[in-house]
Design a protein around this ligand. Structure first.
Ligand SMILES: Cc1cc2nc3c(=O)[nH]c(=O)nc-3n(C[C@H](O)[C@H](O)[C@H](O)COP(=O)(O)OP(=O)(O)OC[C@H]3O[C@@H](n4cnc5c(N)ncnc54)[C@H](O)[C@@H]3O)c2cc1C
Length: 594
């Protein structure tokens, strides 16, 4: 079943909705002329559809293999496709030009990332983790480390990993035991065991750069005593090439439910040479640059797998003949109508599409904030964009993966029994997407981050700015051509405001109550963010129609948007009511009665 990249949707979002041409005075955007963006979308689609997507199903079946010498081989074809990707310069798209990157806007690179991930999420994780390592190293590395490592990482010649988790230490990083002992040359000897390290070992880059959290001997207990180290598989020689082998290895591969093409490794460090990133005991601060990058990447993964599964479901539904339309046969010459005639099948397909197109609009808007936070000319705009990025990162991660799972589940349902067999891709998508709700901080933990850290941060500055942003949009567009969408946005934002006030009034006195409602609150936030994007998308589509465009894409947008308004947005009230129920019912049952 072929993968189809969402090229047209990205053309629309980048040009008609966000109008990225308006930022052509900003760094990075100068080079993102409409024809360059068009070429990236088209070539990105070609590469991901033709080279990467065909590896997805065989990679799932074959998985990765650990050899006696601790080396790991990825599924057949991965290495060749990876090298082809590096050769074509894809990993460097959004990289810093100072270190060999192409410096294109993050919002454009995001479009390519979705295509790559949709084509094969297991494959896309290899360059995805490297992106995160680049983010952390760019902030925490010395000039010397940056000069040595960044060009190779940005080009994709070397890859990166993130090492937080230990057998007894997952969400609670304060329990971390890996240790670091200062060496006489200013480096550290790292010892410990890390588990579930994605892309920890593989066969397609000449070096792998592990970013490892460890505790320097004598450091305080808890999260305050954690430092971050760069621990390369091969220690670079005087010319910057991979030299002596470092004392670390992959001791096992996890057998897991999905993403079989990505190596999930047990990593052993035995006095491995590591370089401190940032200050001692402040490693988490730097690691958060990698983690935030990864959280946005995982939200994107939820969307991308959801899209891929939806494409497969649409293809299946068009071909599958079962039953007759309730209003009389649609294809009387055939033994039965296609299942597309059934309202329940249409419900699943169209709710999926409304979530995907709204989610993509939201993701793209957030990606643009990352660009503005870096490159906007005035400090106030940079600060506001940075606030939005920080506030919305847990929403992107958790809401897009929750809804990605719903889409993937409905896509399987559309397939009927065929979806449960391995003859169709629905089952792989179902297995692959499930991890996105768990790793990079579970969705429950993302919701706590939103409620406990992001909302109160700086006296609530970010959330107030977000409300003001929406209020301003509503005021400007209430009487416009997409008024029903603006009303949907206004009503949902009012519920979000209500929920926020409830948290302010109840959260301090009863933290369990705030925590019990936090995922519902996050979903209410996600719905508001999608409503905002749908209002913008509907206005842009209507404007194109009013200007005389006969491209059916625009009329379709409004039809799909209507599904969002009528069938998705009403969930906002249920989320509000559930969060206001507090935690009493959850604690009424005694622990020993579970
Ligand atoms: C395939 C795969 C790849 C991974 N890749 C990496 C990687 O590359 N690098 C890496 O470092 N790690 C990686 N991980 C680890 C992953 O990030 C963790 O599994 C995840 O963060 C959750 O930690 P845990 O599994 O220990 O769950 P636990 O922390 O044991 O949580 C169990 C349950 O309790 C809940 N919970 C725990 N603490 C709290 C709390 N304070 N408040 C509310 N609820 C709580 C959780 O939400 C969850 O539902 C990977 C895991 C897998 C399965």
């Amino acid at each position: 079943m072929p993968y189809k990249a969402p090229v047209r949707d990205y053309q629309f979002l980048l040009n008609d909705v966000l109008n990225i041409a308006q930022y052509s005075n900003l760094k990075g955007f100068q080079d993102a002329s409409p024809d360059v963006v068009q070429a990236i979308l088209e070539e990105g689609a070609k590469f991901t559809e033709e080279v990467v997507a065909p590896l997805n199903a065989p990679g799932d079946k074959e998985g990765c293999v650990l050899h006696a010498d601790h080396s790991v081989t990825a599924p057949k074809g991965y290495k060749e496709a990876y090298l082809q990707m590096v050769e074509a310069g894809w990993p460097a798209l959004g990289g810093d030009p100072e270190y060999g990157g192409q410096g294109l806007p993050h919002v454009v690179a995001t479009a390519y990332s979705e295509m790559l991930t949709g084509a094969s999420s297991a494959f896309a994780m290899y360059p995805g983790l490297t992106d995160g390592a680049v983010a952390a190293l760019s902030v925490g590395g010395t000039d010397e480390l940056k000069a040595l490592y960044l060009p190779k990482l940005i080009a994709g010649e070397w890859s990166g990993t993130m090492n937080l988790t230990e057998p007894h230490c997952g969400t609670d990083l304060g329990l971390l035991r890996s240790k670091a002992v200062p060496d006489s040359d200013g480096t550290y000897k790292i010892t410990g065991q890390k588990i579930w390290i994605s892309a920890g070992e593989h066969d397609f880059t000449s070096n792998i750069c592990h970013l490892v959290l460890a505790r320097i001997e004598g450091a305080p207990a808890g999260v305050k005593g954690i430092s971050l180290f760069l621990v390369p598989k091969f220690i670079p020689d005087a010319n910057g090439n991979p030299g002596e082998r470092n004392s670390l290895h992959c001791a096992g591969l996890e057998h897991k439910m999905g993403i079989h093409g990505n190596s999930t490794c047990v990593m052993i460090y035995e006095d491995a040479k590591g370089w401190l990133l940032g200050n001692a005991h402040e490693g988490l601060k730097i690691m958060f640059y990698m983690m935030n990058n990864a959280r946005l990447g995982v939200g994107l993964q939820g969307l991308a797998i959801g899209h891929a599964s939806h494409v497969a479901a649409v293809e299946f539904a068009k071909d599958r003949l079962q039953g007759r339309a309730l209003t009389g046969p649609k294809s009387p010459g055939k033994p039965a109508d296609s299942i597309l005639v059934h309202p329940d099948v249409r419900r699943m397909l169209l709710e999926s599409r409304a979530l995907l197109e709204g989610g993509r609009g939201f993701l793209t808007w957030v990606a643009l904030q990352a660009d503005l936070a870096k490159h906007a000319e005035d400090e106030a705009t940079r600060e506001k964009a940075n606030d939005f990025l920080s506030l919305l990162t847990p929403v992107v991660k958790a809401y897009l993966t929750e809804k990605g799972l719903k889409v993937t589940q409905d896509s399987m349902q559309v397939h009927g029994g065929s979806g449960f067999t391995e003859h169709f891709p629905a089952s792989q998508y179902m297995r692959d997407i499930r991890i996105t709700l768990i790793y990079e901080g579970t969705n429950g933990v993302q919701a706590l981050d939103l409620v406990g850290r992001k909302l109160p941060s700086k006296g609530g500055r970010a959330v107030m700015a977000y409300f003001a942003e929406i209020d301003a949009y509503v005021a400007d567009h209430e009487a416009g051509s997409a008024a029903t969408f603006v009303k949907g946005l206004k009503d949902t934002k009012a519920r979000l405001m209500d929920g926020t006030l409830w948290l302010m009034q109840n959260g301090m006195g009863n933290p369990d109550a705030a925590a019990a409602g936090s995922l519902d609150y996050l979903c209410l936030f996600g719905l508001t963010a999608l409503a905002y994007s749908w209002a913008q998308q509907a206005a842009a589509a209507q404007a194109a129609i009013d200007a005389g465009s006969t491209d059916p894409f625009y009329a379709d947008k409004l039809k799909v948007g209507r599904v969002f308004l009528e069938r998705i947005l009403p969930e906002a009230e249920a989320h509000l009511q559930k969060m206001k129920a507090g935690s009493e019912a959850l604690f009424a049952l005694e622990d020993d009665r579970f």
